[in-house]
Ligand binder design. Structure first.
Ligand SMILES: *[C@@H]1O[C@H](CO)[C@@H](O)[C@H](O)[C@H]1NC(C)=O
Ligand SMILES: *[C@@H]1O[C@H](CO)[C@@H](O)[C@H](O)[C@H]1NC(C)=O
Ligand SMILES: *[C@@H]1O[C@H](CO)[C@@H](O)[C@H](O)[C@H]1NC(C)=O
Ligand SMILES: *[C@@H]1O[C@H](CO)[C@@H](O)[C@H](O)[C@H]1NC(C)=O
Length: 497
């Protein structure tokens, strides 16, 4: 072999190596060694047993019992996946999946039926103790969401999240959780998707508690939630971290917003959309203790123009800003899809939509799922992970939700394709772009009760037979696909071509 040929071959070998290795020397399709891969659920969507063993009524029980027409065909979470009785099967399903972490939520009214400390329901505490212990026996880390939308109805009778005193109630509930579970639970999330659940104070008919106070109730609720989050973080940091040594954060939802065109006003609209949805929460917690300037200015301006003596968006005190600034150990992110955005005056006065002034458009040429809003746009996932990584650079990211909806078939090729592509884009963000991502919990472990869509949209890695009283769990094709990824800690190379 001539020397020149050898040289050329060495060169192409080097190029090949560069192609399959990311910036950090790891193969592009390989997760970091200590990366946590797992699956997620939420109490109201899976537990059922809505009034068993002393559980109190929550706002979803209440809304869907009073207004079955707000649900899909009158469906509700009364039984759901019956995980209250079948949690051992859920743990087995996680084990078969090769999950290292299980993100589930605790039902506040199962622990504190009145929302307050006057009644502590031991049966509720026992249920979560059994689940947590079984997870740990099977080598699966519990990650607990304290609030996944199911407020005790007793606290809604006080006005719910727009009432500032709710932050105190939440703090006391959190203390019960740390006292009872914190010796074993090392991953905590205070709230799931406040952007979504605060809409329950902006309109009727969709999110519980279905209170129609747009542009006011939603901001008041957000304000209490951010304060409550900060208070619980400080409580953990000061009183529990020294002995329990876990991590605590919040999980915020944001899809990628792609500008409809490259006009300056469209790029400004893109930035506004990020700030009204994600920055509203992330700026106080991860940047400086306060709302983003563009949000502050636009809501103040509109409030003034409406002749109001105060802004519809409340203000934090200096002390609250110091308490909230930096109140997280990592950045929890839920993300599913991409939408196009363009500047537009839309929405009624007052409303957050009008304050934000951005129209979100679905690009119907993008591949579909069974949910109209969920288009399959893998490159957008890489973009949003990189956006979060560059805007909030000091915090590792944990992807707390990401997944695909279909109609529940066992041969779920669409879900396999979604996870293959999205996880490949996530790995490019980690290994090529340098994003610090530490974990991923797929939504969802089980087909479950999908809020207003009832049982019509299936996000599960496992099928659940809702026609059978057994609520039989059956693996889908995606179960073994993900199990191979989870065991191997790598995504098949074909998803990188
Ligand atoms: C917020 O916290 C960060 C880091 O903890 C600090 O650098 C920054 O100065 C704080 N901002 C304000 C306004 O206090
Ligand atoms: C707020 O109102 C002032 C005066 O009407 C106007 O000059 C400014 O552009 C407005 N700002 C925003 C963000 O709308
Ligand atoms: C919609 O998606 C198609 C297919 O990816 C793309 O060609 C088109 O440019 C998109 N439209 C907009 C406005 O971005
Ligand atoms: C694990 O990855 C290797 C290399 O990418 C592949 O050959 C193998 O089939 C994978 N194993 C499983 C169980 O997926």
């Amino acid at each position: 072999m001539a020397l020149t040929t050898l040289y050329v071959e060495l060169l192409s070998f080097a190029c090949l190596l560069a192609a399959i290795h990311g910036v950090n020397g790891r193969a592009v399709n390989q997760f970091p060694e200590d990366f946590l891969l797992g699956a997620a659920t939420a109490s109201y969507q899976i537990e059922g047993a809505w009034n068993e063993d002393g559980k109190g009524e929550n706002i979803w029980d209440h809304m869907l019992h009073e207004h079955p027409e707000y649900g899909n065909n009158g469906e509700n979470g009364d039984v759901a996946c019956d995980s209250y009785h079948k949690y051992a099967e859920d743990v087995q399903a996680l084990k078969d999946l090769g999950a290292k972490v299980y993100r589930f939520s605790i039902s506040w009214s199962r622990i504190l039926p009145t929302g307050d400390l006057d009644v502590i329901n031991q049966a509720g505490i026992d249920y979560y103790n059994n689940l947590i212990n079984l997870l740990l026996e099977n080598g699966i880390e519990p990650m607990v969401t304290m609030y996944h939308w199911d407020l005790p109805q007793a606290l809604q009778y006080l006005g719910g999240w727009p009432n500032p005193i709710l932050a105190d109630y939440f703090l006391e509930y959190a203390r019960v959780l740390f006292d009872n579970f914190g010796d074993r639970v090392k991953w905590w999330l205070t709230f799931n998707e406040p952007y979504t659940f605060t809409r329950g104070y902006a309109s009727s008919g969709s999110q519980a508690p279905s209170q129609n106070a747009p542009g006011i109730g939603d901001y008041l609720a957000a304000h209490t939630v951010i304060r409550a989050h900060g208070m619980v973080y400080r409580l953990y940091d000061e009183q529990y971290r020294p002995t329990q040594n876990g991590k605590i954060s919040i999980t915020l939802n944001c899809d990628w917003f792609e500008p409809y065109n490259d006009l300056e006003e469209t790029l400004e609209a893109q930035e506004r959309m990020f700030q009204f949805q994600l920055g509203l929460y992330a700026n106080p917690i991860y940047v400086d203790g306060d709302y983003p300037a563009v949000v502050r200015e636009r809501v103040d301006n509109n409030s003034r123009a409406e002749g109001r003596p105060r802004s519809r968006l409340p203000s934090f005190t200096e002390e609250e800003k110091r308490m909230i600034n930096g109140s997280a150990d990592f950045f929890g992110l839920n993300s599913y899809t991409t939408m196009l955005v363009i500047s537009a005056a839309l929405g009624h006065s007052p409303s957050m939509d009008l304050d934000c002034g951005v129209l979100r458009i679905i690009n119907f040429t993008w591949p579909s799922s069974s949910a109209i809003w969920l288009k399959v746009v893998p490159w957008g996932f890489r973009n949003i992970v990189n956006w979060v990584s560059s805007r909030y650079p000091n915090y590792p990211i944990f992807i707390a939700e990401n997944g695909y909806a279909d109609t529940g078939e066992l041969d779920d090729e669409g879900r396999i394709s979604y996870y293959g592509q999205y996880l490949a884009e996530l790995l490019k963000a980690i290994n090529e772009d340098g994003a610090n991502v530490i974990g991923y919990t797929a939504w969802s472990l089980l087909d479950n009760f999908e809020w207003n869509s009832g049982y019509s949209q299936k996000f599960g890695i496992y099928q659940v037979d809702f026609d059978s009283t057994e609520r039989t769990r059956t693996p889908k094709a995606s179960t073994s696909f993900l199990a191979n990824i989870y065991r191997n800690m790598s995504v098949p190379e074909e998803y990188f071509q």
